[in-house]
Structures are given as C-alpha cells and as structure tokens.
Design a protein around this ligand. Structure first.
Ligand SMILES: O=C(O)CCC(=O)C(=O)O
Ligand SMILES: [Fe+2]
Length: 313
C-alpha cells in the first residue's frame, strides 16, 4: 500500500482576512512546505465548494460529449495551447491515458459556445478569475517569505496568462495503465511558476518529494486545493523552492476496470518577456541556473509535451 506523502495542510484564512503579522505567518508556512516537499494542501482559500463542484460537473458534461464534437475544439497550436486534446495527443517519453480542455486568460477561440454548452464559457471564465486571485496571493506569500518586496511577483505577472486545464482520465482497464511506460499521467515536473491542483476523490496522484523514485500518495483531502512549485520558481529561487516529480497512476481500488478521474490544474506562468534569473541572497552564493526567457521556456516545454500532436509541430 502506498504511504501518504507528508504534505502540510495550511489554512489561507489569515492570509486573506488577517493582519500583516498573520499574513506573514501564513507566508512562512507556505514557504516551509515549498522549500521541502514542494507541495501544500491549502484550505479556506476563498473559492466556495459549490463553485468547484460546478466546474467538475461542467468538465464531466464536456468530456461526455462525442469525440467527434470535442474534436471540433481540437488544440491546433502548442504556442497558443488552447482547446481540446484527446487521449494520446500529449506525451513526453511515455504514454498518458487522458484527455484535456485548456483555457487561457485572454483568448479562447476553441471554447464551446453557449449554443454548444450553455453556461460553460461564463462559468469557466469566472472560475479562472477565482483561481487567478488565489494564485497571485500564493505568489505574494513567497515574495513575503523570501523578503523580495511584497509586490515582487506583481511585476512579472502583469500580462500573465495561466492555463486552466480540465482533465479527464477515462475509465480504463487496469492492465492497460499498469503496462511499463504507461500511466494516467507519466512522472513529470510542471514547468511554470506554480500550479493549483483540484482533484476529485478517486485518487492516484503520487509525488516523489526527494527524487529517489519513492512515490507517495497525494491523497484527496476534501476542502483543499493542492499547490505545487514548478520549474521556473525553482530556478528563480536558486533551488530554495522545490519543483518535485509527480504522476497519476491506478487508484487504490479493487477490480480490473479503473473508475474515471477528473482533476483541474491551473498553471501559473510569468509574463513572456520576463527573464528568469536566479535570485541569490547570500554572500558568495552561486547561481545554479542560466537565465531563461519565460515565453521561450513555455513554448519550448509545451511543444515538447505535444510531440504526438501533428498539427503543433
Ligand atoms: O491529475 C492530476 O492530479 C495531476 C495533473 C498534472 O500533474 C498535470 O496536469 O500537470
Ligand atoms: Fe503536473
């Protein structure tokens, strides 16, 4: 049996509603988690449960549509990275069994209209805004905890265009997922600044916190959203914050057929023109990474993940 990962549960209430001292105390708790395991379960983060349930419900309605219809919104360009990707479209060194819908901040030409799916676009846009607020507050915590100036990340996220992803792992035979090189999503790190991750109650998400091939379950905790550090934040903080490997495998349920699973990541990226150059804070500290341009980094990593999507080449 897989052991549960040691991921702290932190309340965001005092960050949203508390005094400056209370805000800083929450920031410290987040930083502590991000600089060890790289993940935290955030509760009391200000998005009502009903809203999250509504979005999971809409994801189910969307993915239940016939493949032919979903394919009319098929993602065409890895750089734009918006629309539907089917099972097998995204792969990077292994085989994932999943389908996704990607939604962006400014333009969503491949989003179902009100005629296709009444209320879908409006609900997804509002949820996007709510996730954005949580995400920017998480970045503010990091700025506070690292003494970068509280508004440090405001300057690198003015045109920030995070990616909201609805994810569906279809019900599938266990023996298919459990073949060598297959997974619901293969081991990877996220490549932006940080990610918010909502998951349903099915399970199967695992984290390898210290990169020893020792995966531990990030079990679903009701009322929380997981937040994890991604590669650009690790680079920017010169390894103070840790972007850790994770994957989704079979949930711990009996039977030959696995239930379907839904999750909703919200990937936060800096403005495309920003250079991510490691911040050094101590006398004699050496930068562990070369500076990278955030926009080029995002495009390069996204294209790499869509090697199977012929139109994106
Ligand atoms: O479905 C999940 O819980 C994880 C998804 C994920 O890691 C990703 O989309 O990058
Ligand atoms: Fe991920």
């Amino acid at each position: 049996m897989t052991v549960a990962a040691d991921i702290a549960i932190v309340s965001f209430d005092k960050f949203i509603n508390g005094s400056d001292t209370e805000k800083r105390a929450v920031a410290k708790q987040l930083y502590e988690a991000f600089s060890t395991v790289g993940w935290v379960y955030l509760k009391d983060f200000g998005i009502p449960k009903e809203r999250i349930d509504e979005i999971f419900g809409l994801a189910k309605i969307f993915f239940d549509l016939p493949l032919q219809q979903k394919s009319t919104w098929r993602l065409k360009d890895a750089e734009v990275n918006q629309g539907y990707t089917g099972d097998g479209d995204e792969a990077n060194g292994g085989i994932d069994h999943k389908e996704c819908y990607e939604h962006r901040r400014f333009k969503n030409p491949l989003c179902p209209t009100d005629t296709d799916l009444p209320g879908f676009r409006e609900a997804i846009d509002s949820f996007y805004g709510e996730c954005y607020t949580v995400g920017m507050n998480v970045l503010k915590c990091l700025a506070m905890a690292m003494d970068l100036g509280d508004d440090f990340f405001d300057h690198v996220t003015k045109r920030s265009d995070p990616q909201l992803r609805l994810l569906h792992y279809p019900s599938i035979e266990r023996k298919v997922i459990e073949q060598e090189g297959h997974a619901r999503i293969i081991p990877h790190t996220d490549f932006g600044l940080c990610t918010l991750l909502f998951q349903d109650q099915v399970g199967g998400l695992e984290v390898d916190p210290f990169h020893k091939g020792d995966f531990k379950a990030a079990i679903p905790v009701p009322g929380t959203v997981l937040i994890n550090i991604a590669d650009l934040m690790q680079r920017l903080t010169n390894d103070r914050c840790r972007s850790t490997v994770h994957r989704v495998v079979s949930p711990k349920v009996a039977g030959d057929i696995l239930p379907s699973r839904y999750s909703i990541p919200f990937f936060i990226h800096p403005d495309p023109e920003v250079m991510i150059d490691p911040i050094v804070k101590e006398e004699g500290e050496v930068k562990k990474y070369e500076p990278v341009n955030a926009g080029e980094w995002r495009t390069w990593n996204t294209k790499r993940n869509y090697t199977n999507l012929s139109v994106a080449a």
